[in-house]
Design a binder for this molecule. Sequence first.
Ligand code: ZN
Length: 245
Amino acid sequence: MEREPTDHRAPSRGSSLRPAHDGLVGAAADLLLGGDCPGCHDPGWGLCRDCATEVSRSRPRPCHRPRVAGPIWAAGEYDGIVPTLINAAKERRRWDAIAPLSRLLAGAVAGLHDDSDRGNAFSGGPLVLVPAPSSPATVRKRGLDVTAAVADGAVGWLRRVGLPARRRSVLSHRRRVADQTGLDAHERRANLDHALVARSAPRGTIVIVDDVVTTGSTLAEAIRELEAAGSTVAGAAVVADHRLR
Ligand SMILES: [Zn+2]
């Protein structure tokens, strides 16, 4: 299958986004099902046309965190529709937000893959997406491992544009950690220091994936642990670049 090596936008072929709704169909759906768009709450089924357009316009770019040794690519900034979709999936069990988030993540992974300034970490082997782990308690509360689900969706997107990929959830917490929200950079680093454990060391082109990068503590810890276990990590890809102010 052909792919588009220079196009860092979210992959555009074979969209699995639910059909964009508008007009009478959306109104009927709202009447019958009480549905709304996970991005803007307009009545209808799934992501509305305007929100789907906003997702398709994302321009993945590299972002830098001093503590993370490898390259990080993000689908975009933590603004616009992105925080709403992330929050919808994580806090409101809106599984229809998973597909657009997956599309964004796939764009970031493709950007990282196509970036020429990365040494030879991408030189061979399968593309393996390793999600940053969520705690079992968080997964129970949400009803789904959202990061893993978004990674699975991204795998589908990447395969469709000719990048053989798979997900390997090999990281988990070795001890309890606090919710990073509300912690400053120093506290986040201490909270996650040696907090993760790798069950195995996957081979291939390893990319850590997560929804948001803030200080980079999670990505740095994931890379540290995987490399200690014997993997070579090519970099990280996230949906959104969120700088703490
Ligand atoms: Zn919308």
